[in-house]
Design a protein around this ligand. Structure first.
Ligand code: NAI
Ligand code: SF4
Length: 435
């Protein structure tokens, strides 16, 4: 497979990420930091919401919901409301928010203060994945700097607007990345999702209206204010506007985070920016949007572009932008076993189809791996996965089912071979996943 164009990143959000000084407030201000906060505080809050709506910005955490529209769901009254930044980043293969928080904490903080002003929120929290020590320290330090400089606290820059910000450390549960699970966790309760509606924008943290946005989404707000919605729309497509950070991992020569305009060809990401496969290896499959996204075959990956519409048309999703590349030295049964183990472990257990279904999927795949599989187990996998979709409180059940359906359907020969022969079709592979 060849790349189609000269491959370069579009460093819009990440322009100064290579500079260590960008982490501190002085370095950040040297490169334009906090100028947009000054500008935004002189605007009407509704004008900021309108600009964000017009930019076409969609949630960068995974769901791709219109950010401006979400903000528009807040009640139009003076009731206290909260802004909650989702920095839990638990989706396997996703590590872009970590880089943003470590290298550019003020970019997020500035985006959050502007967003807080737009939605009239006086208090925000950044809920950070528990394992992200470096991100937490980077944010705590930057928040302190922002308070000292008068960008946080009372009467910010003489505008009359007050805003306080805190960091909350998660405890390593994937499900606390789901917004209602996160809110419960922040309230000191068990981190379990709740049925929606009511959506958090109407009733969230402490039963007050709460906007939950991802790190990247909130960081973009500053740039929409700086350059305007029309400029932001020069990147990407009509329905998938802007640039996006993609976390590229797996069997590529140069894994890492890459910023490109949406609708960028997936093959250019893998073979251009990612440096392609290691010598002697061929592309076999790609998970394009975090582990919940159905897998693409190499042929499908060659046709895909990285935008919400194209990937949805191909039966998968852009998700959090985590691209996991699988070469032909990997066994798809073993790859799936890693995923089924993960979802079984992370199910919170409230809903029967999810609690039992994730367990059954994991058991069946592992029995195939142990050489004890029966041909009917392949159909059983499909049946169990099918019964887990659309019936539960949150999306985890669907997220666990979708990879199973796509792996088994698209790589059925490998599952049948394993059952028939009691070993992998791919020579030289040994099970390296969870027990
Ligand atoms: P969702 O589609 O239910 O909601 C998206 C957002 O829009 C939410 O904030 C929701 O409150 C809001 N919303 C939707 N309809 C609304 C309405 N009528 N009124 C008010 N607000 C409304 O998706 P969800 O469950 O929030 O996210 C699922 C996605 O999260 C998956 O696609 C997955 O890719 C991603 N994900 C990302 C992770 C990461 O580490 N970045 C971890 C796990 C999942
Ligand atoms: Fe918990 Fe799974 Fe139900 Fe989500 S779908 S609430 S993770 S049991």
């Amino acid at each position: 497979m060849q790349t189609t164009q000269q491959v370069t990143e579009t460093k819009y959000l990440t322009e100064f990420y290579h500079l260590p000084e960008f982490q501190g407030i002085e370095g950040y201000k040297k490169h334009g930091g906090y100028k947009e906060l000054e500008k935004a505080l002189k605007m009407q809050p509704q004008a900021i919401i309108d600009e964000v709506k017009a930019s076409g910005l969609r949630g960068r955490g995974g769901a791709g919901f219109s950010t401006g529209m979400k903000w528009g769901f807040l009640p139009k009254n003076d009731e206290p409301r909260y802004l909650l930044c989702n920095a839990d980043e638990g989706e396997p293969g996703t590590f872009k928010d970590r880089m943003m928080m470590e290298r550019a904490p003020h970019q997020l903080i500035e985006g959050m203060i502007i967003s807080g002003f737009a939605i009239n929120s006086k208090k925000s929290y950044i809920y950070v994945r528990g394992e992200y020590d470096k991100s937490i320290n980077s944010l705590l330090n930057a928040i302190q700097e922002a308070y000292k400089a008068g960008y946080l606290g009372k009467n910010i820059l003489g505008s009359g607007f007050d805003h306080d910000m805190d960091v909350y450390r998660g405890a390593g549960a994937y499900i606390c990345g789901e917004e209602t699970g996160m809110i419960s966790s922040l309230e000191g309760l068990k981190g379990q999702p709740k049925l929606k509606p009511p959506f958090p924008a109407v009733q969230g943290y402490l039963k007050k209206p709460t906007i939950v946005n991802n790190v990247e989404t909130l960081a973009v707000v500053k740039y929409v204010i700086r350059d305007g919605a029309a400029h932001y729309r020069t990147f990407g497509t009509e329905k998938s506007a802007g640039t996006k950070l993609f976390s590229l991992s797996g069997n590529v020569v140069k894994p890492g985070n890459y910023e490109v305009p949406l609708a960028y060809p997936l093959k250019d990401m893998i073979f251009g920016l990612g440096g392609g496969m290691k010598a002697g290896k061929n592309l076999k499959a790609v998970i394009p949007g975090g582990s919940s996204a159905p897998v693409l075959t190499a042929e499908e990956a060659g046709r895909a572009t990285l935008d919400y519409e194209c990937l949805a048309q191909m039966g998968t999703m852009l998700g959090s932008g985590a691209i996991i590349v699988i070469d032909d030295s990997n066994c798809m049964v073993q790859c799936l076993a890693n995923l089924t183990h993960f979802y079984h472990h992370e199910s919170c257990g409230q809903c029967t189809p999810c609690r039992e279904g994730t367990g059954w999927l994991d058991k069946i795949v592992h029995s195939i791996l142990a050489g004890k599989g029966r041909m009917q187990d392949i159909e059983l996998l499909l049946k169990v996965a099918d019964n887990m979709k659309g019936k539960t409180i949150c999306a985890l059940s669907d997220a666990a089912a979708l990879p199973v359906l796509s792996f088994v359907t698209k790589f059925r020969d490998e599952f049948e071979y394993f059952v028939r022969e009691g070993k992998s079709k791919v020579k030289g592979t040994a099970f390296k996943g969870a027990p």
